[in-house]
Design a protein. Structure first.
Length: 259
């Protein structure tokens, strides 16, 4: 395709491309585009993990207003405080876990968990256990977890069951550890994001300069924010970024294929 062809295709204007749609089309056309698809998905994974960490940090900041006076939250909080603080702790723990150690079919591993500082590994493992054994799934028995008992009360010739339980809430130390872990994870995230962004720029630019079929697919897979997002604020932010010339990274795409 010639430069004039690109201009006729709208390349002299600012356009948005759905990269996920584009890599699906490209990978169906040829296996040679799979490395590019991997680069795109890995970059997306770290960006998505960063959003999780940001929300986890916000939840922890709010949670500090509810830190219990004693080790265990339920011993010193009102019912309302307990519900709110427990919900914030669940959110922060789940999002930290999703960003650092859980896997998904729709998102590659971020790589953050493998780079947690050795001095924080004990705290990381504890938060991981809390997420896996007490919050996301059920594990009975043991201090700080979900302890339940069904006792048979026997009195003369009568029997009746008595059910008791302690459900995990959190300790003040858990919140402090989680805040430190989130801060450390966000530093690791920034380093990984830069590396994957630079890798994306290199992979994209190499194809963009040399492969007209690649460029055609990229142009054809247009993105319409109304097809994906429901919040007007998100749609407005997309349009703002599309109309802005502010830098978004450390590199820029240069050149177009001449063939």
């Amino acid at each position: 395709m010639s430069i004039n062809g690109w201009k006729n295709a709208g390349m002299n204007q600012v356009v948005g491309t759905d990269l996920f749609k584009a890599i699906e089309v490209l990978e169906r056309k040829s296996s040679k585009y799979r490395p590019y698809g991997s680069v795109v998905r890995r970059y997306y994974a770290i960006v998505s993990a960063g959003w999780d960490l940001l929300q986890a940090r916000r939840a922890c900041d709010l949670l500090e207003n509810y830190l219990p006076k004693s080790s265990y939250a339920e011993e010193s909080q009102s019912i309302g405080e307990g519900v709110v603080s427990s919900a914030l702790f669940w959110q922060a723990t789940m999002l930290y876990g999703r960003a650092t150690f859980t896997t998904s079919e729709k998102r590659f591993k971020s790589g953050i968990g493998e780079r947690i500082n050795p001095s924080l590994q004990a705290a990381h493992s504890r938060i991981k256990d809390i997420r896996n054994l007490a919050l996301a799934h059920f594990s009975g028995g043991g201090a700080n977890w979900n302890a339940e008992a069904l006792v048979l009360r026997i009195s003369h010739d009568r029997c009746r069951p008595i059910a008791l339980h302690e459900r995990y809430n959190y300790r003040a130390d858990d919140v402090r550890d989680l805040k430190v872990l989130i801060s450390s994870a966000m530093e690791i995230y920034a380093d990984i994001k830069k590396s994957r962004y630079d890798g994306f720029i290199i992979a994209h630019t190499n194809l963009w300069k040399t492969d007209s079929r690649f460029c055609s697919v990229i142009v054809e897979c247009g993105f319409n924010p109304e097809d994906m997002f429901e919040l007007q604020a998100t749609i407005d932010e997309y349009r703002r970024m599309m109309n802005s010339n502010e830098p978004v990274g450390n590199s820029a795409f240069m050149g177009r294929p001449s063939n």
